[in-house]
Design a protein around this ligand. Structure first.
Ligand code: URA
Ligand code: ZN
Length: 374
């Protein structure tokens, strides 16, 4: 293994066929053009709906969502971004909200088409690109399982990207167990990524003045934290011990809150009475060290150190979240501050040029996701 390769495991694309679907939609997620704006706007989040519906704001250039630049769909642009940041390998994934909004009838066919387009992109750049596939979670169980089986035959597929809604009831839903078991049996890693955040009311009546800060900085990580805590409490990790998950944004707040979750478990009368707190119980800490990997997309050494303390330096993997968070005051074709912030945080957390930094920046991803020798 070349130990100093940089690998980006958190990097998204929307293939043109997916953008076409978004462009045809009247409700979020959608793509819409506005007079005077050079790029169409990508409107994804519930928190962006108030501004979407405020016509008078649009005329003053206060537009909802974010510009849908060529960075979202162009493979050449992805490779340019990788080259600009010395990224040797990217594990690309469809961005949120994946296929969550499609009907049961359409989702399987579209999943197949999207996964094939990711597979084709990887084939164009052998050894530089791998991908996390997308599952048609609104379809029947057998179709989802069929999709997993198909994905295992795609040579550059290394797992699936998953949101927190599962089949509509969250990731502690027992009906998801066959899917988790199938993924585990096939050695497919889940990349767990948020989309829904927290309800808009949480952000208060002045939320519009704060742009995307609250939903992205706080809503996303809390969503991930809650989803994994629910899985833990439901016993999913014990039921599927071979399940492996990479948690976006360094696990949300899980490394920071694991101790509090543990204490609440130990002191919960209902759980104690049901015999769920006895000897042999695997703690949240055990799960974080045995079944969970964390990306390094937390932009500060404080969060990264918590991630290393919780899961271990062998379980942390660098990511960029490209094409989200582009530079707003410098050239998008050059270096992105959102990337250098994360890379510098790794240096500060584990030591610039250290063996640990090499692991986080690429070595861990190469060995965990089997990214060499294809
Ligand atoms: N990053 C993502 O991956 N998705 C968003 O919607 C925003 C930031
Ligand atoms: Zn992301």
């Amino acid at each position: 293994m070349a130990p100093n390769k940089i690998v980006d495991i958190h990097t998204h694309m929307y293939p043109p066929s997916y953008v076409k679907i978004l462009t045809s939609r009247p409700t979020i997620p959608l793509v819409r053009s506005f007079p005077g704006a050079s790029d169409p706007r990508l409107i994804l989040l519930e928190a962006e709906v108030p501004l979407l519906n405020q016509d008078d704001a649009h005329s003053t250039g206060h537009l909802p969502g974010r510009p849908l630049t060529k960075h979202y769909s162009s493979l050449a642009q992805k490779i340019h971004f990788m080259d600009t940041h010395d990224i040797a390998i990217s594990v690309i994934s469809l961005a949120n909200p994946w296929l969550d909004f499609l009907s049961a009838e359409e989702s399987t066919g579209i999943a197949r088409e999207i996964n094939q387009s990711f597979s084709d992109m990887c084939k164009e750049h052998p050894g530089r690109l791998y991908f996390f596939a997308t599952l048609p979670l609104t379809a029947k169980l057998e179709e989802v399982l069929g999709c997993i089986a198909e994905c295992t035959k795609l040579p550059y597929c290394r797992g699936v990207i998953l949101g927190t809604s599962g089949l509509g009831k969250g990731l502690d839903d027992p009906d998801l167990l066959p899917i988790f078991k199938s993924l585990a049996e096939h050695g497919m890693t889940i990349f767990l990524h948020p989309h829904y955040g927290l309800p808009n009311e949480v952000w208060g009546p002045r939320a519009e003045k704060y742009g995307h800060v609250l939903p992205l900085a706080l809503g996303f990580p809390m969503e991930t934290t809650i989803a994994v805590a629910r899985m833990y409490l439901a016993g999913v990790f014990d039921a599927v011990p071979a399940l492996r998950m990479i948690l976006a944004h360094s696990g949300g707040t899980l490394p920071f809150l694991a101790g509090r979750i543990e204490s609440c478990v130990l002191h919960d009368g209902v759980l104690v009475k049901e015999g769920k707190v006895g000897p042999g119980r695997r703690t949240v800490w055990d799960v974080l060290k045995e079944q969970v990997y964390l990306d390094a997309v937390i932009y500060s050494e404080v969060g990264l150190k918590a991630a290393v303390d919780a899961s271990g330096v062998d379980r942390l993997m660098f990511g960029t979240d490209h094409p989200f968070f582009p530079p707003l005051t410098s050239d998008e074709e050059g270096k992105w501050e959102s990337v250098t912030l994360n890379a510098e945080a790794v240096d500060r957390a584990v030591g610039k040029g250290s063996k640990e930094a090499q692991k986080v920046m690429g070595g861990n991803a190469i060995s965990v996701l089997r990214l060499e020798g294809e």
